[in-house]
Design a protein around this ligand. Structure first.
Ligand code: SAM
Length: 190
């Protein structure tokens, strides 16, 4: 198991956070392991996350980026959750490669510098805004990069416009994976 390759403190914190998974809307461990493998295998260096919560997924993304030598930018508008996430990033030894951004993700994404490039985007926030987040991240995503979105099965009706949009886009190859909650994974082809 991947978690066993992490230091003891990180293992303990992740297991502790899994006890409050429903309260903080965290991704499942199996989804986290999948994202970890995708980032390591694709050698992604620039990752952006929309929806930090208490940092559970961010710890996994950060640990993957420690393998690739990359960095994570993660966005959350709820400051109490972001404070907890920052503490968790410190304790797990990933704070040095994680930039936390507090505020509305749509606004933050809209004002990303033009030269901000992304290899891997993970969207896990307001489901009705997935299509907006996709359109705002799209110009920054490198060819060959990925955009993964959680809850596409559990919140199917709310994300349908996003799925229809990305499925109709010839520049993307999108699949929906039967992980808990449903994870869509799209590769930018051109
Ligand atoms: C499903 S939780 C994220 C869970 C986290 N990815 C994890 O697995 O540990 C969604 C988070 O996104 C935040 N959020 C929702 N819409 C947002 C928006 N438009 N801008 C910033 N944060 C948002 C919520 O406050 C919530 O903490």
């Amino acid at each position: 198991m991947i978690i066993e390759t992490f230091d003891n403190t990180t293992q303990e914190i992740l297991k502790e956070l899994e006890k409050t998974q429903k309260e903080f809307w965290n991704i499942s461990r199996v989804t986290a392991e999948f994202l970890y493998n995708m980032i390591v295998d694709s050698k992604s260096k620039s990752v952006i996350e929309v929806g930090t919560s208490n940092g559970y997924s961010g710890i996994w993304l950060g640990k993957a980026l420690k393998q690739t030598g990359g960095k994570l930018t993660t966005i959350e508008f709820y400051d109490k959750r972001l404070d907890v996430a920052k503490e968790n990033f410190e304790k797990c030894g990933v704070a040095d490669i994680i930039e936390t951004r507090k505020g509305d993700a749509a606004t933050i994404l809209e004002y990303l510098p033009e030269d901000f490039k992304v290899d891997f985007a993970f969207i896990d926030a307001n489901k009705a805004q997935y299509i907006k987040f996709f359109h705002l991240i799209e110009p920054h995503l490198n060819i060959g990069g990925y955009i993964a979105c959680d809850n596409v099965i559990s919140h199917a009706s709310k994300v349908q416009t996003f799925l229809d949009d990305i499925n109709a886009n010839p520049n993307y190859e999108n699949v929906v994976l039967p992980l808990p909650a449903g994870l869509s994974l799209a590769k930018k082809l051109r």
